[in-house]
Ligand binder design. Structure first.
Ligand code: ADP
Ligand code: ADP
Length: 224
């Protein structure tokens, strides 16, 4: 069955409807692209699914539990233990080295420094950025930084990775490499990916596309 599913989400900002009956689902190890024009509600959908914002109505179920039935503290704990995040840019902590950045989700989950950095280096190898371990984010290129960010998202052994325009700040060659490495690693580790993008060549790496228009996500599989 679905790992994460949303049904009939509604969310209004003042008088602006951002979500107007959106439904969505993703299975373990599945990569789903959320597509649609700017302002259609993609980011709002992603933030609801990740438990970062609360919809006005509708249900979100993760691993059989309803997000709205959890306390804020439970949702935060769930985000730390089960979810990974990749954003467009500016997500690495500038004061930390790259390997310390990748180790961060493990450290936040109570793993000791030495063990966390060993696991972090393994993920950096997979993302082909192990040579950057001692550098700070300010000393690496945009494409390298995004690969470090993907390694960090994977390092905490999440069940779901939320990626909001992860290649938006990259040229197409770097963007494709990031998508290749992200989707390869996610599929081989059975991690679900919710990928927000407005670019068809990025969505091409997904197993399935969901299109959002005017706050309405039509997820055909969900209706079955
Ligand atoms: P997308 O990610 O597809 O560009 P968003 O989810 O960011 O769409 O936005 C959907 C609509 O909700 C837009 O009209 C946007 O301006 C509005 N919106 C999003 N977030 C906020 C917010 N925090 N406050 C007010 N309006 C918002
Ligand atoms: P994206 O390109 O991913 O849709 P945006 O630039 O639209 O991101 O939005 C960035 C952040 O600003 C998001 O957290 C979103 O919720 C918020 N936001 C978007 N539109 C508005 C708005 N009209 N008023 C206030 N906040 C907004």
């Amino acid at each position: 069955g679905s790992l994460l599913a949303a049904h009939d989400l509604r969310k209004t900002y003042g008088s602006t409807p951002a979500l107007d009956g959106a439904s969505f689902s993703v299975h373990p190890g599945e990569v789903v692209a959320v597509m649609g024009p700017s302002g259609s509600g993609k980011s709002t959908l992603l933030h609801c699914l990740a438990g970062i914002i609360t919809p006005d109505s509708g249900t979100i179920t993760y691993a059989g539990r309803e997000l709205s039935a959890m306390s804020d503290a439970e949702r935060s704990a769930l985000r730390r233990s089960d979810f990974g995040f990749v954003f467009q840019f500016g997500q690495l902590v500038p004061e930390l080295t790259c390997v310390e950045n990748v180790a961060l989700p493990l450290r936040l989950n109570g793993v000791k420094r030495r063990a966390a950095e060993r696991t972090a280096r393994e993920w950096m190898e997979r993302l082909e950025v192990d040579g950057l371990a001692a550098k700070r984010p300010g000393e690496v290129s945009g494409g390298q930084g995004q690969r470090v960010a993907v390694a960090r998202a994977l390092a905490g052994s999440p069940k779901v990775i939320f990626a909001d325009e992860p290649t938006g700040a990259l040229d197409s060659l770097n963007g494709e490499r990031v998508m290749e490495l992200l989707t390869e690693a996610a599929r081989s580790s059975n991690v679900a990916v919710v990928l927000v993008t407005h670019e068809a060549r990025v969505a091409a790496y997904s197993d399935r596309d969901v299109t959002v228009r005017d706050g309405r996500a039509r997820d055909l599989e969900h209706a079955v």
